[in-house]
Design a protein around this ligand. Sequence first.
Ligand code: SAH
Ligand code: DHB
Ligand code: MG
Length: 222
Amino acid sequence: MTEALWTAVDEYIIRMLVPPDPVLDAALDASDAAGLPAIQVTPNQGKLLHLLARLQGTRRILEIGTLGGYSTIWLARALPEDGLLITLEADPRHAEVARANISRAGLDAMVDLRVGRALETLPRITAGNGGAFDLIFIDADKQSIPEYFRFARKLSSRGSLIIVDNVIRDGRVIDAASPDPDILGIRRFNEMLATEPGVCATAIQTVGAKGHDGFAIVLVTI
Ligand code: SAH
Ligand code: DHB
Ligand code: MG
């Protein structure tokens, strides 16, 4: 089993089930042209996020890590007209590209993009008036996943779904001696999750065009 085969199978799935979409394709082209790293979710993963958001009947989404807004568009498209998606991005260059992509998608009214390091912008977000977020997608720097999860718990309520990307990292997650801050963050998150009250969680490893990685899914039950 090679990455070439995983990629070919991803291409097959995408060809069969994720038809070309001018707005999403333009977002990828613009991100590429601007020199953004191509680390967004794959089209079939983007559609999974969209499906989960629809299953959830989501009205309020929080995303940590916007990049060029590719996953943002997939998620926001699952919202009702009066829905809201807040997305957090540290890099102003990424945010600028994302803004144009979100605008081209006609999602300006629904998407609130906030520029700054998430640990600084998160404290200003409250479950407040509109209620808790019913879907939270954590996909920024990996060393801070435990802190992002802490915020996600505060900003969620019973029935909310928290999805955490990149929790396997080529299997390096099982290396207890790894000095890599990303791996340390992911492992600290797993330890936290293992004893977290009021959640039901699992993690799934994936192979595909982005190599061997995976995501965690957490349902808030209390
Ligand atoms: N969710 C996107 C991919 C995000 S890539 C998609 O699938 O389309 C991770 C992003 O997180 C990058 O754009 C990076 O600049 C951003 N990021 C890294 N550290 C951050 C931080 N501390 N706060 C907010 N964003 C951060
Ligand atoms: C990286 C970040 C991601 O969110 C991802 O899905 C893949 C890779 C990275 O920083 O390398
Ligand atoms: Mg990711």
